[in-house]
Write a protein that binds this ligand. Structure first.
Ligand code: FEO
Length: 398
């Protein structure tokens, strides 16, 4: 049976690691896996906070039974989030404890009904923002924090131990490797940024609204639905989410390029080298044909400077660059300095399409786009140097 762990008196983690799944949401690579977390509070009344992905743990019901003991029924199933990596075992829980009240908000009810029908909605207890449920010694207070990243998302606050159960917020990719509570933050920081940029970033405005709502609430423990339980490092986790949702970037440049015969690639490398000459110390270069856009998005959220280069492809930009551009736009990332370059081939289209895309982005385009006609010439390289100088100046003033 999967191990369960006590994280505070009467509060249990019933999570599970998934190292088998290749793609989270069938799109984002899981290089270091992911955990799905569920929690149980055992008081005079008992509450299960979210469930697990269906099939992720065959012993889940048994684990809950073991913690509750023979004398106890499950009183509440709190649904902070309805995405199926957490709501996947609602049916199994309600089959075992049909009298449990399912707790959520008005938006929860709609999605719950769509996935599970009357079996789940018949015992639904709708809560409003700030409403409290008394478990006996403890109270649970609910904060409606919609669109993190689904419309029904809410957070539950346990008032005695000051534990926040924030659904996906403050979550991260990466399994829990032995240390459930407070592993080194640095071990998860990169995967947390990737998780944020891939899953939550589009809703950064709502993250800021949620943080404002939580301001002043003492939080001793953060129990997200993905990743470790944070106590001592909770402020670092909240700080990273705060900076990302304000679109703060580090003083560096992410270069992503698309190239068929390496001319645009050579220009990308020249630009990377020249950026260091211009005083930029943090630079990362991605070939869109090699690196999954998950990582490219994450680095775009990390650095203040973004430089994109595309060869021409059927008189447009390279398809994988087009895909990256669509996702960058879709992610709603703001406050970036943008530099463009590429190759004309026989009819252009790469740089032309990038320039057109840039018009619709809320970013500052710096310098003049550099477009190769054939191989890089000294004249084009000099233009690239000027572009690098403009980029270095732009990221240093932010
Ligand atoms: Fe981890 Fe939005 O589900």
């Amino acid at each position: 049976m999967q191990h369960s762990a006590q994280i505070a008196p009467g509060v249990w983690w019933l999570g599970v690691n998934d190292r088998r799944k290749e793609l989270f949401e069938n799109i984002w690579p899981l290089l270091r896996g992911v955990s799905y977390n569920s929690y149980l509070i055992d008081d005079r009344k008992s509450a299960l906070l979210d469930t697990l992905e269906e099939g992720s743990d065959g012993s889940y019901i048994e684990r809950i039974e073991q913690l509750l003991g023979d004398r106890k029924e499950l009183d509440y199933l709190i649904v902070n989030h309805m995405e199926l990596d957490h709501a996947g075992q609602i049916e199994a829980v309600l089959r075992r404890w049909p009298e449990a009240r399912v707790v959520g908000n008005a938006q929860t009810l709609k999605i719950l009904s769509a996935y599970y029908g009357e079996r789940a909605t018949a015992r639904f207890l709708q809560v409003a923002d700030g409403e409290v449920i008394d478990l006996g010694r403890r109270k649970l207070q609910f904060f409606l924090t919609p669109w993190l990243h689904w419309p029904e998302t809410m957070m539950t606050y346990e008032t005695t131990e000051k534990i926040l159960f924030p659904a996906d917020a403050f979550g991260t990719f990466g399994t829990i490797d032995g240390v459930l509570v407070d592993p080194a933050f640095s071990k998860y920081e990169e995967e947390m940024r990737r998780y944020y940029s891939n899953i939550v970033g589009k809703y950064s405005l709502m993250v800021q609204k949620a943080l404002a709502k939580l301001a002043g609430l003492p939080i001793d423990t953060l129990c997200s639905l993905h990743g470790p339980v944070w106590k001592r490092h909770a402020s670092e986790v909240i700080g990273l989410y705060d900076r990302l949702s304000r679109y703060e970037g580090e003083a560096g440049v992410m270069i992503a390029y698309a190239s068929m015969y390496d001319n645009t690639a050579r220009l990308a490398d020249h630009i990377a080298l020249q950026l260091t000459e211009s005083g930029v110390n943090e630079i990362v270069v991605h070939d869109v044909s090699k690196t999954h856009l998950s990582h490219i998005l994450s680095d775009a959220w990390r650095y203040r400077g973004v430089m994109l280069g595309s060869c021409a492809y059927n008189s447009g930009m390279f398809p994988l660059m087009e895909s990256l551009c669509r996702e960058l736009k879709n992610s709603s990332l703001k406050a970036r300095a943008l530099g463009l370059f590429g190759g004309y081939s026989f009819n252009g289209g790469g740089v032309r399409s990038l320039l057109k895309w840039a018009e619709e982005m809320p970013w500052e385009q710096v310098g003049q786009a550099v477009e190769l006609h054939g191989r890089p010439t000294s004249e084009k390289l000099a233009a690239a140097d000027a572009l690098c100088a403009a980029m270095a100046a732009a990221i240093s003033k932010k």
